[in-house]
Design a protein around this ligand. Structure first.
Ligand code: NAP
Length: 490
């Protein structure tokens, strides 16, 4: 017996993915949807990551929706507050806010095969939906290392994605763990304030000079008044970034040219030989995310900053102990240790047609068809899902490809009066086998590093291994023969 769901479509998350889909639904005249958001404001990753210095490392003309361009960006690479404000503006302009249910942390979702709908349990009660779209993001759940003694540490502890703005770091002794894209942005901001900063670096990262600059009034005028000017600028950014794929995906040795540039940057900014040695990476550029900064290295040369070139092994009282045996007494520990990307907590709670959870089905290696459709999970889609991540350009471009695909599927469902769609397991398998055939020669798999792109099974289940326009081509068509469908009851 099929039941009537409370809503046609439930979107989980109000970041770039969820908002983008919501805007497109509104534009298509589809209003029967809700966005379930666990926090009390929208914006996802760009709401949560409010640490000092947070800025996007992809130019904003490209790191924004093609259907909601912003001629007013103030810098070429925008700061977190400006991106967050952009998302709020997009939501307001498209009348999306009234669809958002704040505080609705989705605890679980079960596919009810008899009623042919999703039953969702949220922090605020239950809800049924015909279709569920997970727009939960890849960088949503902070990852903290399991450190013996951390629970008895009496000082302040927080993660970069949960920055405690009420804690004044002035004059404090601070340990920072991690040297990823987040840490290299907040370390230069806090280093001048603190009494002492001990930076625990497990792996040195490649860092290139940043080319951020203010966008002039004349440029903004051009973008506002000359049709196509901003699109042209966007296309230029897109094309130049796409060139990097030749090195990343096909000829990793080409990346040596970038390494030479990064070495020069390091030599120019760090005169001390021993510190330079610590900061020199030993893997191919691109294997981990390429970072951009002009103030990270100089901040490490300050007399109050110590770089400990090792991980952290334990906390003893108020002392942090490095893997190199050194001990450092501190008032606060800040973790810039990344996110649960390939083992997201939400996957435990989403149960498909046979009752198994997404986490069980994945078995440590997330898979989906086109990073979007999940076999065994009828009427469920995921945005920015497995193998849609990028190392060189804007993920918003990938999200839009997935939104296009979901929109096509929804139109087809309406037109042909289908109640359910479910991608065939053979289609999902063949697609993922194809991806895994393409990945071994890429820098992400062969560049000699351990990165979060590789999951617990050592499989690269995060990165799209080719040009991004190829992904857009693949998501342009919805092919019904790739799905098992059931009709709406009469
Ligand atoms: P991340 O890239 O995962 O970096 C985590 C850092 O913590 C790494 O240096 C890692 O060392 C270290 N770490 C992890 N566990 C540790 C442990 N137990 N002991 C010692 N060190 C440990 O995380 P993130 O910096 O937050 O960045 C995540 C992603 O967010 C980036 O890759 C990027 O995609 C995105 N991001 C983007 C921007 C932007 O500008 N658009 C800014 C920030 C973040 P190892 O390298 O040895 O693993």
């Amino acid at each position: 017996m099929t039941d009537k769901p409370d809503v046609k479509l439930a979107i989980v998350g109000s970041g770039f993915s969820g908002l983008g889909l919501a805007v497109r639904l509104k534009q298509a005249g589809m209003h029967d949807f809700v966005i379930l958001e666990r926090a009390d404001d929208l914006g996802g990753t760009w709401r949560d990551n409010s640490y000092p210095g947070c800025r996007c490392d992809v130019p904003s003309h490209l790191y924004s929706f093609s259907f909601a361009m912003n001629p007013g960006w103030s810098e070429t690479y925008s700061t977190q507050p400006e991106i967050w404000a952009y998302l709020r503006k997009v939501a307001a302009r498209n009348d999306v806010e009234r669809h958002i249910r704040y505080g609705h942390d989705v605890k679980s979702g079960h596919w009810d095969d008899e009623a042919q709908l999703w039953r969702l349990k949220t922090a605020e009660g239950e809800l049924s939906a015909q279709i569920v779209v997970l727009g939960v993001g890849a960088l949503a759940d902070p990852k903290l290392p399991q450190l013996p003694g951390l629970e008895t540490f009496e000082g302040e502890v927080f993660h970069s994605a949960n920055w405690n703005h009420d804690y004044d770091l002035t004059g404090k002794r601070v340990a920072v763990v991690g040297t990823g894209a987040s840490a290299i942005q907040f370390v230069p901001e806090i280093a001048p304030k603190v009494d002492k900063l001990v930076l625990f670096q497990r792996t040195a990262a490649w860092i290139l000079p940043h080319t951020n600059r203010r966008i002039t009034k004349a440029e903004k005028w051009l973008y506002r008044h000359v049709p196509g000017a901003q699109r042209l600028s966007r296309a230029g950014v897109y094309a130049s970034r796409e060139l990097v794929v030749f090195g990343l995906a096909f000829w990793p040795n080409v990346m040596r040219a970038g390494e030479a540039l990064a070495r020069k940057h390091l030599a120019r900014q760090v005169p001390d030989r021993e510190l330079r040695r610590k900061l020199t990476p030993h893997f191919r550029l691109g294997c981990k995310r390429i970072m951009l900064s002009n103030d990270y290295y100089p901040s490490l040369t300050r007399p109050n900053v110590d770089v400990v070139a090792s991980g952290i092994t334990e906390v003893r009282g108020n002392t942090v102990v490095g893997a190199d045996g050194t001990a450092h007494e501190v008032d606060a520990i800040i973790f810039g240790t990344g996110f649960h990307v390939t083992d997201p907590p939400y996957a435990e709670g989403v149960h498909g047609r046979d009752g198994r959870s997404l986490a069980d089905v994945f078995g440590g290696t997330p898979r989906a068809y086109l990073g979007t459709a999940l076999a065994n999970f009828p009427n469920a889609f995921t945005l920015l899902g497995p193998n849609t991540g990028l190392g060189h350009t804007s993920v918003v471009y990938m999200i839009e490809g997935q939104i296009n695909y979901v929109m096509r599927c929804l139109r087809e469902m309406d037109r042909r009066r289908w109640r359910t769609v479910e991608v065939r397991p053979s289609v999902e398998r063949a697609y993922n086998a194809e991806l895994q055939r393409k990945l071994p020669g890429t820098v992400w798999n062969s560049g000699g590093c351990a990165s979060w792109y590789l999951d617990a099974n050592g499989v690269n289940s995060t990165i799209w291994p080719r040009f991004t326009w190829q992904f857009r081509l693949r998501t342009r068509k919805f092919r019904p023969d790739e799905y098992v469908v059931t009709p709406e009851p009469r």
